[in-house]
Design a protein around this ligand. Sequence first.
Ligand code: AHR
Length: 513
Amino acid sequence: MKKLILLLLFGILCFDLSAQNKITLIADQAETQISKHIYGHFAEHLGRCIYDGIYVGENNTGIPNTAGVRNDVIKALKDLKIPNLRWPGGCFADTYHWKDGVGPKNERKPIENLTWGNVREDNSFGTNEFLNMCELLGAEPYLAVNMNTGTVQEAVEWVQYANHANGTSYLADIRKKSGREKPWNVKFWGIGNESWDCGGNMTVDHYIDLYKQYATAMTSYSNTEKLFRVAVGPGTPDYKWTEEIMKNIPARRFEGVSIHHYSVIDWGNKGSSSQFTDEEYFKTMQQAWRMEEIVRTNCEVMDKYDPKKRVALIVDEWGGWYETDPDGHGQLYQQNTMRDAMIAGLTLNIFNNHADRVRMANLAQMVNVLQSVILTNKEKIILTPTYHVMEMYKVHQDAFLVPVQILSNDFVMGDNRIPAVSASASKDQSGKLHISLTNIDNTKGQEVEIDLKGIKAKHVTGRILTSSKVQDHNTFDTPTNVVPKTFKNASISKGTLKVTMPPNSVIVLELGS
Ligand code: AHR
């Protein structure tokens, strides 16, 4: 008997489930569509993202490819339903001249990648290769215009090269000569990148004047859809920058404002990507939660000038950033653990819940750089824990947001506390309801009660991504260490959905009637 009591006590201590997590779904207010573009990606000429990670060359016989792009990467991205891809940078875009990367490959001008290690690139992956790849993936391209060492003319000509109908312009003729007859009709154009830093260290006033020059000249040709022009917003909580943009750029000259936020512990010592302490884990989660405040405050500023929410907030760089792994896999290469899965689950819930204003986001970066969904090593590939979260959450793409009210337990470390549970919910075109939940607390499980008032649901199914330690990850030898599994600890009774979440877990549920 004594043994039984001790065992029970042990069980309670080990799996300390707290019961104060309550979520209410406001089902009759599912009016805002969650743009699929929130689930976008970013690929920069940096380390082994483009060369090796995506593009291995048409003549590569060792790695199966389509027009030089790895087939395994194509398949993984298609499975993810990748909606858009930002390219060629980042800071790389701030010195990139697109004409260097078009025309016959053996005549292309090599460049030194000034931003990232001064490495020589042969420019074999340029505009045609990128836009054709997007077409293959069914993803919308999002091009970043060089506003630092580039010119307005160069930007105008890039739009013309990509979008002008065949035969009616000199640049369309050049495109035809390069083997591409039809225009690609690129809709998304970022005008500058981090213009307050690597993009020219500009003041906001200088940026605005220059932006207006670019945006005025970059015309959408009558044969194409209107361009969606994204102005550079702040990379830190510099809300004054956002305010000046909203106040001084005429409404007809921009469709979006971008912000960047990385979950970094300390820029001077970012810590290891896979060998980190509980304290470092907690700090990363604090940084990930900051996204909520940054998004909310930018939205408040934008609401003042644009109450109808015509201009979108675009988070075109986000993710965890640690020290480059010392194993020689390349610049800004980092392992991707359950910690990254928690950043992804939490951040995507934040974006979903702000879908009325956040209409595009781009995880940095897609392959082999920062918080990647894919890591490659020669012919091998890993789908990271972050990949699995993006894949589980794809049910929210273009679905209608069901607003949630959340009362969460705290995840506590010393005197610091942050909410442990985050959630978002949506109703898809066929009427199915999906709820995504994260428990970032790596020390405690959570009991969550979800009030289903007004929702006809009898059955619940789900998938979970979890692991015993937040440091757990996939390797090239053990690529399925961390993969989603069927989740059974959810049940519906008398209009309440009860979910038992293990520590550090991401769960996506589907409700059926
Ligand atoms: O994603 C890496 C770098 O981070 C990008 O080049 C830049 O825009 C940002 O500072």
